[in-house]
Design a protein around this ligand. Structure first.
Ligand SMILES: [Zn+2]
Length: 212
């Protein structure tokens, strides 16, 4: 995984808040085209220059040949607003254990996979088991990969919830308590569902069932 630097000099009197918003939009289009990775954009303004340091899977991920319609259109817009040209530079390669990307000429199949901490591509090559940049796939409708990117964000949300499992535990416990309570309610009609909910939300422990 590579760290790139995208910069543009501000040589116009355009409003800087507007410029930073338009630049952020460009970065989101890069994300939609599969060229950049990660979940948070790092763009900032320093000395009349906008700078951003996105992650990419390949060294050449930001080459124009991978741009989609929206990246090209937004690049033109920001260059016009700033009255200067975007510049690109590879500033480094991540140190940690990210694998090199897939180099297969043809993959047998692809696997959709992600988790709550990774920023790698959600696509794995079925032949070499390495990450595949989304721009290798044919473009979906509207020049993007939204079905895959939506799947990725949904899956990450579920995985994060599962890992921070207190909420999930409460749901599971609520199910158990409801089942136990349903059994006892038939025998003890004075126990109300409202009191069951109170026990599960406030005390969590099954032992506290004796309270109602
Ligand atoms: Zn491969």
């Amino acid at each position: 995984m590579y760290i790139q630097e995208i910069t543009i000099d501000i040589k116009s009197n355009a409003d800087k808040d507007e410029l930073i918003d338009e630049f952020g939009l460009l970065m989101s289009f890069y994300r939609g085209s599969g060229q950049t990775l990660g979940r948070i954009e790092s763009h900032y303004i320093e000395n009349n220059k906008i700078v951003c340091l996105p992650f990419t899977l390949e060294k050449n991920s930001l080459e124009k040949k991978f741009n989609n319609f929206y990246v090209n259109r937004q690049s033109e817009k920001i260059e016009k607003l700033c009255n200067s040209k975007l510049t690109f530079k590879t500033v480094g390669k991540s140190y940690d254990s990210y694998k090199t990307p897939c180099k297969c000429k043809k993959s047998d199949f692809y696997i959709l996979i992600t988790n709550y901490i990774t920023i790698q591509s959600p696509l794995i090559c079925g032949t070499c088991n390495k990450s595949v940049p989304l721009y290798r796939l044919p473009q979906f409708y509207d020049y993007g990969y939204m079905p895959i990117l939506s799947w990725e964000t949904n899956y990450i949300s579920c995985d994060r919830l599962q890992m921070n499992c207190e909420v999930g535990e409460r749901w599971a416990l609520m199910g158990v308590i409801s089942k136990v309570a349903t059994y006892f309610c038939a025998k003890w009609p004075h126990v109300s569902l409202q009191s069951i909910h109170f026990v599960s939300a406030e005390t969590v422990h099954l032992a506290d069932l004796k309270m109602f």
